[in-house]
Write a protein that binds this ligand. Sequence first.
Ligand code: KG4
Length: 351
Amino acid sequence: MKILAIDTATDETSAGVVEDTKILSNIVWSQASLHAKWGGVVPSLAQRQHEERIDWVIEKAMKEAKVKYQELDAVAVTGGPGLAIALGVGIDRAKKLAKKHKLPLIAVNHIEGHILSPLGIPKTKKEIANKLGFPAVAITASGGNTTLTLVEKIGKYRVLAQTMDDALGEALDKGARMLGLGYPGGQVLEEMAKEGKVVYSLPLPLAGRRDLDAFSYSGLKTAMLRLIEKKGTLKKTDIENLAASFQDMAFKHLINVSFRIISKHKKEGVKDLLIGGGVGANIELRKRLRKTAKDLGLRIWFPYSKKLYTDNAAMIGVAAYFKAKRNEFVKPEKIDREARAKVDGKFSFEM
Ligand code: KG4
């Protein structure tokens, strides 16, 4: 089954073509440099850039996949969560293409895309989705989401924990900004942290709240700001050590909370852990997640390419393939953007 997928959830304009779970193309036009000078995503700028780039990424995705419109079985698009006016651009284009080429339309939850991103495979590889056991668990850490999800089966999710304030990627971006490392800063922070040592004692978020199944990064962020203010001028080694200390605590929190909650669900027969989202590209985090999985006796699944971690359309295509198999299509006149869509429910237009 060949699907053209489109994602315009926030600041990446992306289109990709999948054949079942095989990724034939995955074109991502990142707007990061455009938003950099504002220190975060500016919705109106994002919308304009999506409008300008959407046709280009779609045509490039079709060309690279060597697929013609008449060979497609469906068009898929992110319905949410994300920035409403950004989502609208992708939805509009997907609707038009579906109508023009008389193709069924599939609406995908962006977080489901991240959850299932490790199931995407290069076109020369054999299917891996059938190797997954259920229930599984998924950790999704991106710029907009930090979620621990129980995957009862593909398409049926239960959120076990999510952030009460900032997402992990957002917190890393803000920490990086405090250190003058620009935006988005997760990757630069990682590079700095590699050179530094964990010498500063920052507070472990929600340390005294083992009763709370949630993540929180606002306290850590404030503590980091105070520390930086107290230090005054920063030398390169200070920046490296601060980056290492901040990243260390942010990851410790993610792992500790996830470990505790997953342990509770082990008796339900959880065997697999899926990792997705931009922060998953961090090598130190992956190392720690591998160890966590080993300690919990779980198999761990990462996306096969760097592009599949951050926002991209191919992961939407993979999730769409499973929705198509379940006959979960949506009428073009019904589909609408849903900025706060939840991964453990349906879109309201699907109900
Ligand atoms: O999945 P994604 O594109 O999410 C959203 O846009 O919501 O991920 C982007 C996030 C940013 O916060 C970025 O700083 C972070 O992922 N990120 C990283 C790394 N690469 C990207 N964070 C830590 N280490 C990295 N190597």
